[in-house]
Write a protein that binds this ligand. Structure first.
Ligand code: 5RP
Length: 235
């Protein structure tokens, strides 16, 4: 790995950590808290865990990914099952892309259905990210789309008609990646999403498509870690 790549990833990690540190203060005792997905959310979950373990912060948590749940459990954070949870006070989550109006692409980690359920049940939904995630338009990051396996071919054709190049996600050994909900996942490339609302409506209308990674009108605000400190961007 070249020094530039190492420096770049170190700089990104610092930006993510600054964003995570900025939002830890939002958590108060008594809250039901949603733990988001990805490496930035993971940094925040570690900070949260330390407060629970060492400082007596009393919360209940719901996780949007297996990884976040494991980190939380390692600190003794008490969890409630998502299926028994009707409302979440605050969720802190990462994103793959953040466009104007706080339109997001999420789901790179493969758990977008669970992530969207947690986001939609949250009274406050705050995104944390490094400044490289901020884009003028969604679509450079391949859009994750979860599909029922029996509809994979039909949904793939529909995605192509919209202009995407859908690629079935595979595991490292070449086998088909299967989500925790026993579905397949397409990573959809090749299209700049000019109108996220129209694209969301098109995707929502495809029968057999379980969920997609466009998140609209969900974020209260995003905290973007820049090189000099955290910058808060409100809707
Ligand atoms: C996972 C997600 C993550 O939030 C997204 O991938 C951001 O991850 P990171 O903070 O590691 O860049 O949507 O499905």
């Amino acid at each position: 790995m070249s020094n530039n790549v190492i420096n770049n990833s170190e700089a990104k990690a610092q930006m993510k950590l600054r964003a995570a540190e900025h939002v830890i203060e939002l958590v108060e005792s008594g809250m039901t808290v949603g733990l988001g997905s990805g490496s930035t959310a993971a940094m925040w979950v570690h900070l949260l865990g330390e407060r629970v373990r060492d400082k007596g912060l009393r919360i209940k948590a719901v996780a949007s990914s297996v990884a976040s749940e494991r980190i939380g459990q390692s600190y003794g954070i008490p969890f409630i099952e998502l299926r028994k949870c009707d409302q979440i006070d605050l969720t802190i989550d990462g994103a793959n892309e953040i466009a104007p109006g706080l339109a997001l692409i999420k789901g790179g980690g493969g758990e977008l259905l669970r992530e969207k359920i947690v986001a939609s049940a949250s009274k406050r939904y705050v995104v944390v990210a490094d400044s490289f995630k901020v884009v003028p338009k969604l679509g450079a990051f391949p859009l994750p789309v979860e599909v029922f396996p029996m509809a994979a071919s039909i949904v793939s054709c529909a995605l192509k008609e919209l202009g995407f190049i859908p690629e079935l996600r595979l595991n490292a050994d070449g086998s088909t990646y299967v989500t925790i909900h026993a579905n397949y996942l397409f990573d959809c490339r090749g299209l700049t999403i000019e109108d996220p609302y129209q694209m969301k409506a098109e995707l929502d209308s495809i029968v057999g498509l379980v969920e997609h990674g466009i998140f609209l009108d969900m974020v209260n605000y995003a905290v973007i870690g820049g090189e000099t400190g955290a910058i808060e961007r409100r809707v």
